[in-house]
Design a protein around this ligand. Sequence first.
Ligand code: GLO
Ligand code: MG
Length: 353
Amino acid sequence: MAKSKSKAKGKYRFSFGPWNIDEGADPFGPPVRNPIAQSKKIKMAKQMGFDGMQFHDDDVVPDLDTKSHAQIMKEAKRVKRMLDNEGLKAEFVAPRLWFSPRTIDGAYTNNKARDRKYAIERTKVCIDINNVLNTSWMVVWLAREGSYIRESKNPRIEVLQIRDAFNAFLEYDPKLRILIEPKPNEPVDSAIIPTIGHAIGLGYMTCDPSRVGCLVETAHSILAGLDPSDDMAYGLAHDKLWSVHLNDQGGLKFDQDKSFGSYNLRRAFNQVRVLEEYGYGRKGEWVGLDVKTMRTQKQAVSAKHLANSRQTFLFLLEKVCTLDRDLEAQLIDARDYEELDRYILCHLMGLKY
Ligand code: GLO
Ligand code: MG
């Protein structure tokens, strides 16, 4: 667990997923780097000071749909051993519900009952994998739950379908916790659960709201035109921010997953600030980095974005912990927010105030 030099209230454990070290393919061009084996990625995580890994179900067991349940459990145990050998934990396993031909038109909200059934059964297998990896936290990014044209689905029914699917999972495993990761668009044109407010509201509709929380991703908030630190604060006010996907995003473009703080340092500072002021991590919440390296990056240095993002977080944590709180209180009391603005900028730039 990383410690700040100054006394931090939060407890910060860092994680990322195997998909965060990739081969650089994009919709306009092929891979530009060679794949790195899972076992190597796990070792790299340890070397870079990470405490755990995040997974999709088929990161743990490739080609999941073609294997027997016994085989899936056997392969999951192998990954658990790899993690144990490095002293790493699995933060969560997420069902990858956007790749199969059966989820082209959505998973739990697919218009075909047999395809919805596939998505529910696949998620139950994901829950079993979670159990083998000794985590009860399942992140659900509702990638294709939404539409390209509104008339193709009934949006009210979609919400209820997701609720019913979640109820089935909560009943399937009494220890399970679901973390909803909202995103407003991409791959679908408009997602049915686009923001953290929607995610939290949906959680309250389930049979056990105490086991449904959320994960805020920086880029997803920005794509929704919202401020990520406010979204995190909203989740924290409900005690429902159970994970984060920190990264950065240059406005309304494609989902960039840039290194944390690389576009807007002050926005990153404020994300660390709301987490630290809450005492994030004391209930076991993780700091996940959902970052992607630039396509231009060469093979041997294709994980720098992860180490850099973690370091930027710790640097900003130091900035949060060394803020002059008396001065801040005086400026707030005097309602001199221009001066507060100047003080924050000086503090971030390391200038004498
Ligand atoms: C995509 C999402 C994706 C999820 C991951 C875990 O935009 O951020 O990377 O975080 O699939 O559920
Ligand atoms: Mg994410």
